[in-house]
Design a protein around this ligand. Structure first.
Ligand code: HEM
Length: 412
C-alpha cells in the first residue's frame, strides 16, 4: 500500500549532494511516489520519474525535443561557454538534435548497429575478446573487475569499430568518462573544465583520423562517416567528428557501468548467480534485468516545445526536462517487487535505452557484449565475490559510473 502523499515541496532533491550521488535510489523512489513531476530549482529542470510519464515524454517528439537551444535562456547564457569544445560536441551530435537533422545524422551509421548486423559482425570477435579478458583474471586473488573486464571490453570493441590502436582506445575511454561530466544537470565549474579538455582532445583526435581516411578508406566506422561526408549526407567536419564522439561518449562508460552494476546486484541478491549458472538460457532475460536494475544512463534530457500539462503541473515551452530513467525502471506500477533482482523477469519493459527517436543506437551491441560476458563468466566462475566496502562510485548521475570495483572470483 502506498503511504499518504505529502505535498510535492516536502520532497527535497539535491542532484549535487554527495550522498545522493552515491545512492540516488531512495531519493528517486520518494520523487516517483510523492512528486512524479517535480521542478528542481537548483538545476532549473523538471524531473519526470513515473514509468508511464517517462515513456510518454520520450515518445512525444511533437511536444518534447532535444535541441538545447530551445531551452529558455540557453542561447543567451551558453552555459558551456560560447565557442567551447563542449558546445561544439553537444550541438553537433544527434543526441541533441530534433528532426529533420536528427534523422539525417542518425541514419549515417544506424544500419551498422541493427541486431542482425551486430550479431553477424561482432558475436565471434566479442567472444574472443571476452575469453581473452577472462583468461587474464586469476581466481582466488583480488582483482579490479572494472579495469580488467568492464572497461577493457568496450574499449577493445571501440578500437575495433574504429580500427584504431589499443593505446588510443585507452585515451578515448578517459575522454568519454571526463566528457560525461557535462551531461550531468547543472555541472560545476570543475566538471565543465574536465569535460572541455576532453571534448577538445576528442574533437582534434577524430578530425585527424577522419582526414586520414578520405584518401584511404577501410570498412571501419570512421570510413563510413567520411564516405557520408563525401556523399553529402554530412555537411561539415564538425558533423563528421560529432558522429564519432557521440558513439564514444554514449557507448563506453554505459557499458562498463552495466557490467559492474550487474555483478554488484548479483552480490546483493544471493541465489541469482547460481540460478544463471543452472539455467544458461536465462542470460538474455538476465541482461534485460541488469539493464533495468542498474540503469547506467540514469537521465535523458529533453526540452518542452510547447506548454504541456503533466501530473497536475504545466511544463512551460522552453523548460528543461530530465526523464529519470532510473526511477521509471523501479516503478512498482509496472514492475512487481521492483527492488528485487529477478533474472527471469518477463515482461521487462525497462527504459534503460531510452525510447522514441533517440532510443540507443548501440543497444544491440551493448546487449551482445553483456550476454557474452555473463554467459562465459557464469560457465567459468562458481562465485564472484564483490568486496562491497571497496566499491567506489564516481560522484555523477547523468551517466553514472564506478571508480573501483574489487572482486575475487572462484573457479567452477
Ligand atoms: C549499457 C549500455 C548503454 C546504455 C544503458 C545506453 C543508454 C542510452 C540511452 C538512454 C540513450 C538515449 C538518450 C536520450 O534519449 O536522451 C542512448 C542514446 C545513444 N546511444 Fe546508448 N547506451 C548504451 C550503449 C551504447 C553503445 C555501446 C553505443 C554505441 C556503440 C551507444 C550509442 C548511442 C548513441 C549514438 C545514442 C544517441 C541516439 C540518438 O540520439 O538518436 N550506446 N543510449
Amino acid at each position: 500500500m502506498k503511504t499518504a502523499l505529502p505535498p510535492s515541496e516536502a520532497v527535497t532533491v539535491d542532484l549535487a549532494d554527495p550522498g545522493f550521488l552515491q545512492d540516488p535510489l531512495p531519493v528517486f523512489d520518494q520523487l516517483r511516489e510523492h512528486a512524479p513531476v517535480h521542478w528542481d530549482e537548483r538545476t532549473a529542470c523538471w524531473l519526470i520519474s513515473r514509468h508511464e510519464d517517462a515513456a510518454a515524454v520520450l515518445k512525444d517528439r511533437e511536444r518534447f525535443g532535444a535541441d538545447l537551444h530551445q531551452i529558455t535562456g540557453y542561447t543567451e547564457s551558453r552555459p558551456f561557454g560560447a565557442g567551447s569544445a563542449i558546445e561544439a560536441t553537444m550541438e553537433g551530435g544527434y543526441l541533441f538534435k530534433d528532426r529533420p537533422d536528427h534523422t539525417r545524422l542518425r541514419r549515417v551509421t544506424a544500419a551498422r548497429f541493427t541486431r542482425p548486423q551486430v550479431e553477424r559482425e561482432w558475436a565471434t570477435a566479442i567472444g574472443r575478446i571476452v575469453e581473452d579478458l577472462l583468461d587474464s583474471i586469476t581466481p582466488d586473488q583480488p582483482v579490479d573487475l572494472l579495469r580488467e573486464l568492464a572497461v577493457a571490453l568496450p574499449q577493445r570493441v571501440m578500437a575495433a569499430l574504429f580500427q584504431l590502436p589499443q593505446e588510443d582506445a585507452e585515451q578515448l575511454k578517459q575522454w568519454a568518462v571526463d566528457f560525461g561530466h557535462a551531461l550531468d544537470p547543472g555541472p560545476s565549474a570543475e566538471q565543465i573544465a574536465l569535460a572541455e579538455s576532453a571534448a577538445d582532445g576528442m574533437n582534434r583526435y577524430f578530425l585527424e583520423k577522419a582526414n586520414a581516411r578520405y584518401g584511404q578508406p577501410g570498412d571501419d566506422l570512421i570510413s563510413m562517416v567520411t564516405a557520408a561526408h563525401q556523399q553529402g549526407s554530412l555537411r561539415s567536419d564538425a558533423e563528421v567528428v560529432n558522429q564519432l564522439t557521440t558513439i564514444v561518449v554514449a557507448g563506453t562508460e554505459t557499458t562498463s557501468t552495466l557490467i559492474c552494476g550487474a555483478f554488484e546486484s548479483l552480490e546483493r541478491h544471493p541465489g541469482q548467480w547460481e540460478r544463471l549458472r543452472g539455467h544458461p538460457d536465462l542470460v538474455g532475460p538476465a541482461v534485460e534485468e541488469f539493464l533495468r536494475y542498474v540503469s547506467p544512463a540514469a537521465l535523458a534530457g529533453r526540452v518542452a516545445l510547447t506548454d504541456v500539462r503533466l501530473g497536475g503541473h504545466t511544463i512551460r515551452k522552453g523548460d528543461a526536462v530530465q526523464v529519470v530513467l532510473m526511477a521509471a525502471n523501479r516503478d512498482p506500477d509496472v514492475f512487481e517487487n521492483p527492488g528485487a533482482l529477478d533474472i527471469g523477469r518477463s515482461p521487462n519493459p525497462h527504459l534503460a535505452f531510452g525510447g522514441g527517436i533517440h532510443t540507443c543506437v548501440g543497444s544491440h551491441l551493448a546487449r551482445l557484449e553483456a550476454r557474452i560476458v555473463f554467459a562465459k563468466a557464469s560457465r567459468r566462475w562458481k562465485r564472484v565475490r564483490v568486496d562491497l566496502d571497496g566499491v567506489r562510485r564516481l560522484g555523477r548521475i547523468g551517466v553514472w559510473g564506478y571508480g573501483d570495483f574489487p572482486v575475487t572470483v572462484e573457479s567452477a
